[in-house]
Each structure stands twice: as C-alpha cells, then as structure tokens.
Design a protein around this ligand. Structure first.
Ligand code: ADP
Ligand code: MG
Length: 317
C-alpha cells in the first residue's frame, strides 16, 4: 500500500458538508465561510509514548487526537467545522490504521467536523497532528484574558478522572466498571463543545483543562493579569475517582493531573444563574470552584487552609 492508496483507503470518506467545496484530493481544501463569522484555528500534536502510551488502542488514539483539538475550539466558544490530519507512521499497519481511522471518524461525526485534507509521511515514531478550524460569530470568541477580580471560577464535568485512568492503562490493570470509566475518560475525552458555544457572550474567560486544573487555571488568570483562589473541597470528583483512590490521591489527580479536557471558565457574579441554566440546557454539569482576586498568585485552600500545590503542569522541555 503506497501513500496514495493509504489516503484513499483510510482518510477519504465522502464529506456531506456543503461548506466543503473541495476536500481531500487536491493541493488544498476550499471551504466556504459564513458571513458574519470569524474563524478560530487550533492544532495539537500527539507523539506516541509522550501523549499516550504505546499500548493504547488505535481507535482510542484516533478519537483522542480529534477530541483534544475540539476541546481547544470549545474553550474559544467556537463551533468546530473542518479538520486536517498530518500523520507520520512508522509503517502502514492495516489493523492500526483501521482502528485509528474508525476512532477519528467517530469523533468527527459526533461533533460534525469534516476531514478535508492532510499529509502522510513515514518516520521513526508515530506523530499525529490535527488542525481544526471552527467559526464563531464576529467578536464572540472567548479568550483567556477577560477575567477580573470578583469573577467566579467554574469547571465543567468531573476532573482528575483521566489522570487516574492513565495510571491504570500504564499498569494494565483494569477490572472493575469504575476503573473502566476512568480509563474511558482518558481514551475518549468529552470535548465540551456545546457548553463552550453557550458560554460565548457569558464567560469572561475560558481555557480547557489539558495540563492539569491548577496549572491551566493559573494560565487563564495570568493571561487576565489577576490571581485567584480554588477551594479544593468544591472540586467536582466522580464517584469512580473517589472510590478508586484515597482522598489525597484524588485531590492530586484533580488539581495536577492532565488530560481531562473539561472547561475552566470565569463569569461575573451576576451571571451565575445564567451559567447554571446553560449547564442544564447542554446537560453538562458545572461547579463553582473558586474566585478571581487581585494579584498574580493562585491559591488553593482545603478546609479553609492554603495548601501547597506541586504543579507546573506537563512541560515538554
Ligand atoms: P500534496 O503533494 O499536494 O501535498 P499529497 O499527495 O500529500 O498532496 O496529498 C494528496 C491529498 O490527500 C491532499 O488533498 C491532501 O490534503 C490529502 N491527504 C494527505 N494525507 C492525508 C491524511 N492523512 N488525511 C487526510 N487527507 C490527506
Ligand atoms: Mg500540492
């Protein structure tokens, strides 16, 4: 199978979206934008062994590669529309490609994004780069920089699950339904696209939680030129996480474990009711976990006392 057979066979499924005038097969994709919209473009690369363990199921790798990008689009309050895939493979293993493409297209279908192009190369390691372009009504994207003192800090879903799931995957130890739940949270993260879109015009700032809540919340606050406080007792933890780990471990996963792909966002205090209503509308739970304050530091308190967080988030270099 040469490169062109591979593309035809795995990455050239028919595109149903009218906005794609030309997709896979030409030198470039031609896309039709909606008037009054701005484009939001994101890219994320997954390196085998760095972003996922080598033994992860190929369909989980495919799904996850798309979901992590969708999560960035969600954090911007935008609607994902088109994606390109730059794939570096060590060999053209058909079983791997079948699984990978199935996972990738499952996520694409679920979130209504079209694969419109890419690049396929051979290398010494699997590297997957996905770029997604989305759109948002002009002026309505959400940035990291709009938080101000007094705003409330929220997080969606439950956090810490994926980091616990990754430990289980690495240990190869998955036997109970609760362990499986945690593993699935790593393999098939839920990009909060509908919540992100609803938060456009409501949230003062947003970021998706990829490196760890504490580190990502700190990035949001730094971009906004403010500090804040997170109350550990308010963090939304899943029953599976609580039943699988000790309290301290669960807290550590929730604050510093990455890969949750939940949204952390801030809102003006007056908008709390609106947020609860939007959360109900898209059926994504949200939790009020802290406050934005003057300054530049992010504090975490537990039962009223400040606790030290050994964070930093994931750093490549
Ligand atoms: P070019 O030489 O012009 O870059 P290629 O031969 O690399 O074109 O690719 C042929 C077509 O297949 C292009 O439309 C490209 O976007 C698409 N393509 C290549 N690899 C992938 C992939 N992994 N997934 C989706 N589309 C791909
Ligand atoms: Mg070309």
């Amino acid at each position: 199978m040469d490169e062109f057979d591979l593309i035809r066979r795995y990455f050239d499924r028919p595109v149903l979206d009218d906005s794609v005038r030309l997709g896979v097969g030409d030198d470039g994709a031609v896309l039709v934008t909606d008037p009054g919209c701005e484009l939001v473009t994101v890219i994320d690369t997954l390196v085998e062994g760095v972003h996922y363990p080598v033994n992860l199921q190929p369909d989980a790798i495919g799904y996850r590669s798309v979901a992590v990008n969708l999560s960035d689009v969600a954090a911007m309050g935008a609607r994902p529309r088109w994606m390109t895939l730059a794939l570096t493979l060590v060999d053209a293993n058909e079983t791997w490609l079948d699984g990978f493409a199935a996972g990738l297209y499952a996520a694409a279908q679920e979130y209504d994004v079209s694969l419109v192009g890419g690049d396929t190369t051979r290398g010494s390691q699997v590297v997957i780069s996905i770029q997604i372009t989305g759109d948002v009504n002009a002026g309505m994207s959400i940035s990291r920089s709009g938080a101000s003192p007094g705003d409330l800090v929220f997080v969606s879903g439950t956090i810490g699950d994926a980091a616990a799931g990754l430990v289980l995957i690495k240990a190869g130890d998955v036997s109970t339904p609760e362990q499986q739940f945690l593993v699935d949270r790593f393999c098939r993260p839920t990009a909060r696209v509908s919540l992100g879109r609803l938060l456009s015009g409501v949230a003062s700032a947003a970021i998706d939680v990829s490196d760890g809540l504490f580190s990502d919340a700190h990035k949001l606050l730094s971009s906004s030129g403010v500090g804040g406080r997170i109350e550990a007792d308010r963090l939304p933890l899943s029953p599976a996480l609580k039943n699988t780990c000790s309290d301290d471990e669960a807290l550590q996963f929730a604050l510093t474990g990455g890969d949750d792909y939940e949204l952390c966002f801030t809102v003006r205090p007056d908008d709390e009711q609106t947020v609860m209503m939007l959360s109900e509308q898209c059926k994504v739970p949200v939790a009020h976990i802290g406050e934005v304050e003057e300054g530049s530091r992010l504090f975490c308190t537990r039962a009223g006392n400040t606790i030290e967080i050994d964070h930093g988030g994931y750093r490549h270099f």
